[in-house]
Design a protein around this ligand. Structure first.
Ligand code: CAA
Length: 258
């Protein structure tokens, strides 16, 4: 892979989008390599949480590649959108939790990539926006759908219609990010959170993620039945036996299995 760096550290992985000359803009090659990296992550049972970040000081991802899109016809644009959406949906649907460590510009496709993650931590220098209408297009990798789900329909419309770029503190205020930290602390903070999550029972964490995400799309009666389903599935795992036995024996589980 030339544009993606995937590093494993014990039970977490850090995926870096690396195309610094174009501020990590997402072209077809990056999207395909990202797709390949997701295969690797999916097939590795030792990875319990994933951090996604961008290479360099300036950008997380400055969007989909404008130079590549410039001469696209509608059919090519549709295929490009379908590819980006497929890859981002795969990230969103990973069984493990994902944390976007937003180190700079997260515009257009970059904001959309961050929103496909479960949790977003931003550096003080991060900037967010969906500036597509200024280029004569709409967001194309999920922005019209995920932004409204995260910050509400009205704020999403304001941001998408104006193309305004907001700073990290405003992103925190509207609930687009979970936390803002100093630039030099960003990766450590994201890894710390990933490591903290990875101390818990991985099957239970994955099932909780699935229950939140599937339940969010459903009516409450369907959603709570889905919760009962995943809750019961936990009782078929060794982790449940280990976790509850350890509690009754007044000790902590050293390491949950997967
Ligand atoms: N696509 C392709 N190249 C990009 C890019 C992008 N989205 N963003 C930046 N670059 C390139 C620039 O062309 C430039 O390349 P050269 O050095 O070869 O000229 C290099 O990265 C550095 O960028 P700038 O010189 O522009 O850096 P700056 O500090 O002056 O500005 C910026 C930084 C404000 C992020 C500016 O680069 C910018 O506005 N980028 C585009 C942001 C944007 O509109 N993103 C949305 C894209 S559309 C989209 O994402 C659709 C979708 O949903 C699928």
């Amino acid at each position: 892979m030339e544009t993606i760096i995937l590093q494993k550290e014990e039970n977490i992985a850090v995926l870096t989008i690396s195309r610094p000359k174009a501020l990590n803009a997402l072209n077809t090659k990056v999207l395909k390599e990202l797709d390949g990296a997701i295969d690797e992550i999916e097939n590795d049972n030792e990875i319990y949480a994933l951090v996604i970040t961008g290479d360099g000081e300036k950008a997380f991802v400055a969007g989909a590649d404008i130079a590549e899109m410039k001469d696209m016809n509608p059919k090519e644009a549709r295929n490009f959108s379908i590819l980006g959406n497929k890859v981002f949906r795969r990230i969103e649907s990973l069984r493990i939790p994902t944390i976007a460590a937003v180190n700079g510009y997260a515009l257009g496709g970059g904001c959309e990539l961050a929103m496909a993650c479960d949790i977003r931590i931003a550096s003080e220098t991060a900037k967010f926006g969906q500036p597509e209408v200024g280029l004569g297009i709409t967001p194309g990798f999920g922005g019209t759908q995920r932004l409204s789900r995260i910050v509400g329909k009205s704020k999403a419309k304001e941001l998408i219609f104006t193309g305004d770029v907001i700073d990290a503190n405003e992103a925190l205020r509207i609930g687009l990010v979970n936390k803002v930290v100093k630039k030099e602390e960003l990766i450590d903070e994201a890894k710390k959170l990933a490591n903290k999550i990875s101390q818990n029972a991985p099957i239970a964490v994955g099932l909780a993620k699935a229950a939140i995400d599937r339940g969010y799309q459903a009516d409450i009666d369907t959603a709570i039945m889905y919760e009962a389903e995943v809750f019961s599935q936990c009782f078929a795992t060794e982790d449940q036996k280990d976790g509850m036995t350890a509690f009754t024996e007044k000790r902590k589980v050293e390491k949950f299995k997967n």
